[in-house]
Design a protein around this ligand. Structure first.
Ligand SMILES: [Zn+2]
Length: 260
């Protein structure tokens, strides 16, 4: 599918440059990818779409979900012998990964991953929460985090940037960041107990990608773009925890540098 045949994306924010993920892949593993990132930075960055549900910690039969993960992994083939995933807890733990043996690494209680190894596909599962992709083109370091309201309020982005500085020898200004497919502010009304965490009061429409962009600027990140897609509005393409009242599956966001 070409870019022009897609429906008009709904997320609009006047101050943040938009960068759209484009349809790619095949029927077995449908997905959207940041083609511009692969051309400019040599990384593979994207997200799977319906009907491929990849929520491992769901009520679905495990065998079926694992079968879909195998198809996902096969779609990237020999370019990515290592796949990293975790049971996420809306926390702020971001792990740095050194070289790993071929196969799967499955962690517990981790909401972000970073590495400068090639051949390692970092993944997070999402359905409204924002997958945040970071790359440091000069250093070859990459990171992918899962940012819902809790992780965003608790500073997972800052944790990730610190890790890229420490282990990836990056300067904040060298980091390029993209806030991927997730729920937009218009669709994400939250109560005062959440609003207060962001210095707001009462019931508000929380725009997580705008907040993450603000945080990125405060941390000194050089360049930030935002996906135009809203997971809660494009229900035929994305899963949405909010719009499905918790019944939907999960998409997998992924980021990696293929083996040379
Ligand atoms: Zn929306």
């Amino acid at each position: 599918m070409s870019k022009t045949s897609q429906p008009i994306p709904s997320f609009q924010h006047s101050n943040i440059p938009s960068l759209a993920e484009i349809s790619t892949g095949d029927a077995a593993v449908p997905r959207l990818e940041l083609m511009e990132w692969s051309q400019r930075y040599g990384v593979v960055a994207g997200i799977t779409t319906r009907p491929l549900s990849l929520g491992l910690w769901s009520d679905e039969p495990v065998g079926q979900v694992i079968g879909r993960w195998r198809a996902f992994r096969a779609a990237f083939g020999a370019r990515f012998p290592v796949t990293v995933l975790a049971h996420q807890v809306h926390g702020t733990d971001v792990r740095w990964h050194e070289a790993l043996p071929d196969g799967w690494l499955i962690l517990d209680g981790v909401d972000g991953h970073a590495t400068n190894e090639r051949g390692m596909l970092l993944t997070v599962t999402v359905a409204d929460c924002i997958p945040v992709y970071l790359t440091v083109p000069q250093k070859g370091a990459i990171a992918l985090i899962h940012a819902g309201w809790r992780g965003t309020a608790d500073g997972i982005l800052e944790q990730c940037v610190e890790l890229l500085k420490w282990r990836g020898f990056a300067k904040a200004s060298d980091i390029v960041m993209h806030c991927g497919v997730g729920i937009c502010g218009k669709c994400y009304e939250v109560g005062s107990e959440v609003a207060v965490r962001f210095g707001l009061s009462g019931t508000v429409q929380l725009d997580l990608r705008a907040i993450l962009t603000q945080q990125a600027k405060a941390l000194g990140i050089g360049e930030v773009t935002v996906s135009p897609w809203c997971s809660a509005e494009e229900r035929d393409r994305f899963y949405s925890h909010r719009a499905s009242r918790g019944r939907d599956g999960r998409m997998v966001a992924y980021l990696g540098r293929a083996l040379g």
